[in-house]
Ligand binder design. Structure first.
Ligand SMILES: Cc1cc2nc3c(=O)[nH]c(=O)nc-3n(C[C@H](O)[C@H](O)[C@H](O)COP(=O)(O)OP(=O)(O)OC[C@H]3O[C@@H](n4cnc5c(N)ncnc54)[C@H](O)[C@@H]3O)c2cc1C
Length: 469
C-alpha cells in the first residue's frame, strides 16, 4: 500500500493541536527538522506530520487522526533502529514519554515508551537491580525489547523479551489496551520479538534482576592476528559458563579525537566480556586470553552494572549506520578461521565493525513458542556487520560486502535475525520475512490482520512485509 498524501488541511491540523498536550510539527515549521531527526542520521524521515507525544492520550489522538486521514504511522523513540524511513505518513515520537518507576520490593520497572536503558538502569542500580539491557545505554528499552533484546547478561538471564510483564498499547483502531500473559495474550506474544507493527506501545513493565557483582571490559589485538584470535575465541567461548557473555569484534577505529590514542586510526580485533559474579571467577575465566599471540592490553575490571556501557563503548553521538546480521548455525574454530579470511584485509573493508555475539545459555532454555524469536534460541552465535555510509563509502557497497561475506560463510549461516540485528533504513521485505519461522509468521500475520487490518504500522517489523505484498 502506498500513501498518496502530499499535505494535510490546516484546519484538521489545528484541531489536532488543540487536542494534544505535546506538539504536532509540519514540514516548513521551524522545529520540523529536529522533530523528524533520527539518531541514525542515514535515516531521512520525510513525514507529512510529526506528533511529539507526551502521554497515552496524545498517542490516542494521533492514531485517531491517522485513521481519519488514512495515514501510515511510523514510531520513533531514539532513531537507533528504524528499518524504513517514514515517508508521506505520520511519525509519532515517544522520546518525551520517558518516566521510569522502580519497585524495589517486587523487583520491577515500569517505564514510558521513550525511556532509554541508561535511565532505567541508573534508577534500578540504586537498589542493586538492573534490566537485561544491551551494549548501549542510549538505545530505547522498548525498541530493543520488541526486536528480541540480546543483553550483556542474556546467557545468564535470558533475552529482554523473557522479562517483559506487560505492555500498554494503542492499537490501530485507536483503543488503549493492556497486553500481558492474561490480557490480550496474542498481542503480548507478537510484540515480544515481532517488531513495532502491532500498535504504539506507550508503557512497559519488566522484571528486574539482582546484580550484586558485575565484571566486564574488552581485550585487544591488532587485526593482523584475526586468523589466530578468531579460532581461539571460538574454542574458548564453547567452554564458558552461562554467567559469562562474550563477543568477538573486528573494528577499523577512525582517526578521530574521540578515539583514545592507543587505538586511534588502528584496525583491531577485540573480545568483550560481561560476567555476572565475583571478580576472581571472571579473572580465572579470562586469563587464557592474555596468552593468545599478539595480546596487547585489556580493560577488564569489576564495575557496577550501570557502568556497563564501557564494555562495548558503542557510539553515543548521532551517526549514519548501515547494519546487517545473520544468526549462525555453528561457530567452530575452523569456521571462525573461514570468517577471518572472508573479511580480510579488514583494514580496507567498507565495514567499520564486525561482531560475533555468543548466545545460548538461558536464551536457549525458554520454550520456542513463548515469543516469535525461536531461531535466536537455536543459534549459538549471531554475526552483525556495521558500516558508516559516506559519499566515499556508499550504503550499496557496504551491503554488497556484507552479502559477499554471508555467501562465503554460508555453510554455517542459519538465517537473518533477530529484528534488532537485520539492519536499518533499507531492510527488504524478504529479509524481514526470513527472520521468522513459518509457524510464527502465520501466527503474526493473523494477529496483525486482527489488530491492524489496514496496515497503518507499515514501516517496521512484519508491517513492511505486508506493505510489499
Ligand atoms: C549502538 C547500538 C547498540 C545496540 N546494541 C544492541 C544490543 O546490545 N542488543 C540488542 O538486542 N540490540 C542492540 N541494538 C539494536 C537496538 O536494540 C534496536 O535498533 C532497537 O530497535 C532500537 O530501539 P530505539 O527505540 O532506540 O530505536 P527507534 O529507532 O526509535 O525504534 C526502533 C524500532 O522500534 C519501533 N518503536 C519504537 N517505539 C515504539 C513504540 N512506542 N511503539 C511501537 N513501535 C515502536 C520503531 O518503529 C522501530 O521499528 C543496538 C543498536 C545500536 C545502534
Amino acid at each position: 500500500m502506498t500513501d498518496t498524501h502530499d499535505s494535510l488541511s490546516a484546519e484538521a491540523v489545528r484541531e489536532l493541536r488543540e487536542l494534544l498536550t505535546g506538539k504536532a510539527h509540519l514540514p516548513g515549521d521551524a522545529d520540523f527538522g529536529n522533530a523528524a531527526f533520527a539518531w541514525n542520521v542515514a535515516i531521512e524521515h520525510r513525514p507529512l506530520i510529526v506528533v511529539d507525544a507526551v502521554s497515552e492520550g496524545d498517542v490516542l489522538e494521533a492514531v485517531r487522526f491517522a485513521n481519519a486521514h488514512d495515514l501510515g504511522i511510523a514510531v520513533q523513540a531514539t532513531g537507533h533502529g528504524q528499518p524504513r524511513p517514514c515517508h508521506h505518513a505520520m511519525l509519532i515520537r515517544t522520546g518525551r514519554m520517558d518516566a521510569v518507576a522502580i519497585d524495589p520490593v517486587a523487583k520491577t520497572a515500569r517505564f514510558g515508551a521513550g525511556a532509554a536503558w541508561g535511565r532505567i538502569n541508573d534508577a534500578a542500580g540504586e537498589h542493586g537491580l538492573a534490566g537485561v539491557s544491551g551494549s548501549s545505554p542510549n538505545v530505547g528499552a522498548l525498541g530493543y525489547l520488541m526486536g528480541g533484546g540480546l543483553g550483556l547478561m542474556s546467557r545468564r538471564h535470558g533475552l529482554g523479551v523473557d522479562r517483559v510483564l506487560r505492555f500498554r498499547v494503542v492499537t490501530a483502531q485507536g483503543e488503549a489496551v493492556t497486553a500481558s500473559r492474561e490480557e490480550n495474550p496474542d498481542l503480548f506474544w507478537a510484540i515480544r520479538g515481532g517488531g513495532g507493527s502491532f500498535g504504539v506501545v506507550t508503557e512497559v513493565e519488566i522484571e528486574l534482576i539482582e546484580v550484586p557483582e558485575f565484571y566486564g571490559g574488552a581485550a585487544f589485538w591488532s587485526v593482523e592476528r584475526a586468523e589466530s584470535v578468531f579460532p581461539a575465541y571460538a574454542a574458548w567461548a564453547a567452554t564458558l559458563p552461562d554467567a559469562m557473555s562474550t563477543s568477538l569484534h573486528a573494528i577499523n577505529f577512525p582517526p578521530v579525537p574521540f578515539v583514545p590514542e592507543p587505538l586511534r586510526g588502528r584496525s583491531m580485533v577485540y573480545v568483550t566480556a560481561a560476567f555476572v559474579g565475583p571478580a576472581e571467577e571472571a579473572e580465572r575465566l579470562l586469563a587464557p586470553l592474555r596468552g593468545w599471540e599478539g595480546f596487547e592490553f585489556d580493560t577488564y575490571h569489576p564495575m557496577p552494572y550501570r557502568e556497563s556501557a564501557c564494555v562495548h563503548n558503542d557510539p553515543v553521538d548521532p551517526l549514519p549506520v548501515s547494519g546487517s546480521g545473520r544468526l549462525l548455525r555453528s561457530f567452530t574454530p575452523d569456521e571462525a578461521l573461514e570468517l577471518a579470511r572472508a573479511i580480510s584485509p579488514f583494514a580496507s573493508s567498507p565495514h567499520l565493525m564486525l561482531q560475533v555475539r555468543h548466545l545460548q545459555g538461558a536464551i536457549a532454555r525458554v520454550d520456542r513458542e513463548d515469543s516469535p524469536v525461536g531461531p535466536t534460541r537455536e543459534a549459538p552465535f549471531v554475526l552483525h556487520m556495521l558500516g558508516v555510509p559516506t559519499p566515499h563509502n556508499p550504503p550499496e557497497g557496504i551491503e554488497a560486502n556484507a552479502q559477499r561475506v554471508f555467501a562465503e560463510i554460508r555453510s554455517f549461516v542459519l538465517q537473518p535475525g533477530p529484528i534488532n540485528w537485520v539492519g536499518e533504513g533499507g531492510v527488504s521485505a524478504e529479509t524481514m520475512r526470513a527472520v521468522f519461522t513459518d509457524d510464527d509468521w502465520d501466527r503474526l500475520l493473523e494477529i496483525k490482520s486482527r489488530h491492524d487490518p489496514k496496515n497503518r504500522f507499515r514501516f517496521a517489523g512484519i508491517g513492511l512485509v505486508v506493505d510489499a505484498s
